[in-house]
Design a protein around this ligand. Structure first.
Ligand SMILES: Nc1ncnc2c1ncn2[C@@H]1O[C@H](COP(=O)(O)OP(=O)(O)OP(=O)(O)O)[C@@H](O)[C@H]1O
Length: 238
């Protein structure tokens, strides 16, 4: 069995006194996509924020290749190899497409991690090459999503956290996002939060289902499909 690249070990996270993640554990192996599912408010985005260091966990471990990052800053976590594609894209609208990529670019990356250039991102997303001198704000929603993914890749991650990449996109663009995830997964491990169950199940190798901040299912894509009828009440998605 492949060694896990990212592991959450009994993670607990709070907003002030509000206990949102309860002993969340999960494991993501290299070259795999893990879909993190659950209804609105289940704690998926909090989980992503806890891994990325924006909501520091109060207890538990966030292990990247065996090193605990639970008490590291977002900058340290990014440099360690965890890239983030945030919910709502959060691209810099007043910068050009190319500038959005360059601000994320890393000069020094440890051996063993792929170093992404603008050309590499353009090869994956040819429309970003065509629009590289346009302001990012002028891109369509789908193009902005591609830019958000490209910007995260420019940090040379070994793990990509993606928070609802299909949100607000037309079905054709959602399919394109799915194709991109299929291409990326051979090179990188992906933790995917997704409300679009069709997309999640198309690309995911494994599934973790949260309900009120607790893991209620963890298993393979096939096991999830088999138990989906019983798990439906935890999903709240189509
Ligand atoms: N900044 C915050 N301050 C206080 N409570 C928050 C904050 N952000 C989220 N919460 C609460 O934490 C819980 C988990 O929210 P979270 O956004 O992680 O869920 P989610 O599964 O990502 O939901 P969605 O699919 O709607 O994005 C919810 O009860 C939410 O109201």
């Amino acid at each position: 069995m492949a060694t896990n690249l990212l592991e959450l070990d009994n993670l607990n996270a709070f907003y002030a006194d509000s206990h949102v993640l309860h002993d969340v554990s999960l494991a993501l192996a290299p070259g795999k996509v893990l879909a993190l599912l659950g209804r609105n408010g289940a704690g998926k985005s909090t989980c992503i924020s806890a891994i990325a260091g924006f909501v520091p966990p109060r207890s538990g471990r966030v292990l990247l290749a065996g090193i605990d990052l639970a008490r590291s800053t977002p900058e340290q976590i990014s440099r360690a190899g965890i890239g983030l594609v945030p919910q709502g894209r959060r691209i810099f609208g007043s910068l050009s497409v190319r500038e959005n990529l360059l601000v994320a670019s890393r000069k020094h990356t440890p051996a063993g991690r792929r170093c992404w250039t603008c050309d590499d991102v353009h090869a994956m997303f040819p429309r970003l090459r065509e629009r590289q001198h346009q302001l990012a704000a002028s891109l369509s929603g789908g193009e902005q999503q591609m830019l958000a993914i490209g910007r995260a890749l420019m940090t040379n991650p070994s793990v990509l956290l993606m928070d609802e990449p299909s949100e607000g996109l037309a079905p054709q663009i959602v399919r394109e996002v799915g194709d991109v995830l299929e291409q990326l997964k051979s090179q990188i491990a992906i933790l995917l939060v997704e409300q679009n169950l069709g997309l999640a199940m198309k690309v995911a190798d494994d599934v973790v289902l949260l309900n009120t901040g607790r893991v209620v299912f963890a298993g393979s894509n096939a096991d999830f499909r088999q138990q989906q009828a019983q798990l439906q009440s935890h999903l709240g998605i189509t």
